[in-house]
Design a binder for this molecule. Structure first.
Ligand SMILES: Nc1nc2c(ncn2[C@@H]2O[C@H](COP(=O)(O)OP(=O)(O)OP(=O)(O)O)[C@@H](O)[C@H]2O)c(=O)[nH]1
Length: 453
């Protein structure tokens, strides 16, 4: 079922707000202006005392940034004259998406909301005098915060569902790196099911107890992993259809009185298993190729798995002493290579630069093509000096290797590199922005250089 759209939510929120008389809302707005610092301080103090929550908040930068943004949030929430409810809804959605990106558990967010309400109630009781009703004001504050929580939670669950799917696709992508193994494993899982079925038939087992393909090892792998990871791939619907026909139609037909019908059903089952295998081969073959997670031109990882990799590295860094660095790499004046020597020459240069990046990294590092002539390296287990040294060596390797742009056409190419060491911030967008900023400075400083942020 579809969740309410922005428009509906905005209208609902406005109606909720208008149930409270304006003078009371104005009094709450004034209260927020006076005490938002106190509320935000209380909120972070309680949260930092929680060992679980403090994992997400202990970083200095987070604390420095969150306190003011909590105050801004409170003021925006309790402003009496809301110019635009839809943007208020959008604001809550953004907060929910950030929570999902840093993987903050939803119970912590709800706990935070409870703490905040508590702080409000105490202040309202201490401040509001007749004719202002502390009870009505508390209900208003509570409804208002609940509305924000509802929107945040929905945005959170949509985003974290998407994260989970990407994660699963990534797992499968890593899995299909050894495509031969996976294909063999699933082929033998399917054969095992067929053997088990033949044995059960020979033993004259009741049809109701015959092994169902969808419950077999193969079926479980297929429905839990493959369907998810290959969502939208045309073969998937056909494979699902065949599996369902086997389970619902052909296995049932094995109890037919007529031997010819029973034999026909057996033949259909065998054919269906062959077809499933063939279709699956196609899917896996393509997945092992270039479009599953690798960029087709450079064979580097494409950015769709960036969120999974960075979230995981942040988690590893959080639980170990090791740090990782991000290196944003961009080929200098690439447009003029295209313009002067043609697009094919540009493509050749891209491939060779990509190959240098790939060769220069260790097995645990990641190299992504971010798009165009921009790349991102995730350098694991490194430090400030190590990442700077690596980036400098990389810059030199590219500069000294003549690139074969076409037959008999050698070009000298340089790169600019922006480096940043992960600083503990739980949101990977923050580190990406820092790496971008460092790259921008390297470009502005004259190109063919490394800037560490
Ligand atoms: N050949 C080729 N060109 C591409 C590809 N993707 C993007 N480009 C081109 O890369 C060029 C990038 O140009 P700009 O972003 O202006 O950057 P630049 O010329 O490298 O200049 P600086 O980065 O400032 O040094 C554009 O002309 C794109 O069309 C690709 O896959 N192949």
């Amino acid at each position: 079922m579809r969740y309410k759209d922005k428009h509906q939510l905005a209208a609902e929120w406005q109606a909720l707000l208008e149930r409270t008389p304006k003078p009371l809302r104005q009094a709450v707005e004034t209260l927020v202006e006076h005490y938002c610092q106190k509320f935000a301080d209380h909120f972070y103090q309680v949260m930092l005392e929680d060992p679980h929550a403090s994992l997400f908040l202990s970083n200095d930068q987070v604390a420095q940034r969150l306190n003011p943004s909590m105050r801004r949030w409170l003021k925006a929430m309790f402003a009496v004259e809301h110019a635009d409810f839809e943007s208020l809804v959008e604001q809550q959605e953004k907060v929910g998406q950030v929570h999902a990106r840093i993987d903050i558990p939803v119970n912590l967010v709800l706990n935070g909301a409870r703490q905040l309400k508590q702080a409000f109630y105490e202040q309202i009781n201490a401040t509001f005098k007749s004719p202002l009703s502390p009870g009505d004001a508390s209900v208003y504050v509570s409804d208002h915060i609940d509305m924000a929580m509802e929107i945040m939670s929905h945005a959170y669950s949509v985003a974290s569902d998407r994260n989970a799917r990407t994660e699963e696709a990534y797992k499968l992508f890593s899995l299909t790196q050894s495509i031969g193994d996976e294909r063999e494993r699933q082929r033998s899982a399917l054969l095992n099911w067929e053997n088990a079925l033949m044995f059960a038939i020979a033993a004259q087992q009741n049809v109701a107890t015959l092994p169902r393909l969808s419950n077999s090892d193969f079926g479980l792998w297929y429905f839990h992993k493959a369907c998810h990871a290959f969502e939208g791939v045309p073969e998937i619907a056909t494979i699902s259809h065949h599996i369902q026909r086997v389970d619902r139609e052909w296995l049932e037909a094995l109890q037919h009185e007529d031997i010819n019908q029973r034999l026909k059903a057996l033949g259909e089952i065998r054919d269906a298993a062959r077809t499933v295998l063939m279709l699956l081969d196609n899917v896996l073959e393509r997945a092992s190729g270039l479009d599953a997670g690798r960029d087709s031109l450079t064979r580097l990882l494409n950015r769709k798995f960036l969120s999974v990799v960075l979230s995981r590295e942040i988690d590893i860094a959080r639980h170990s002493e090791h740090c990782f660095a991000l290196l944003m790499v961009d080929i200098d004046h690439f447009k003029s290579i295209n313009d002067t020597h043609g697009h094919d020459a540009g493509d050749n240069v891209l491939q060779q630069v990509a190959s240098i990046l790939d060769r220069s990294t260790r097995g645990g590092d990641y190299v992504f093509r971010m798009g165009g002539e921009e790349f991102l390296i995730v350098l694991v287990n490194t430090d400030h000096d190590g990442s700077r040294l690596f980036a400098e060596r990389l810059r030199q390797s590219v500069a000294k290797e003549p690139m074969l742009a076409g037959a008999d056409m050698l070009l000298n190419v340089t790169i600019s590199v922006g480096v940043t060491l992960h600083d503990g911030h739980p949101d990977y967008h923050h580190s990406l922005q820092r790496a971008d900023q460092a790259l921008y400075e390297a470009k502005r400083g004259g190109r063919d250089r490394v800037v560490v942020q």
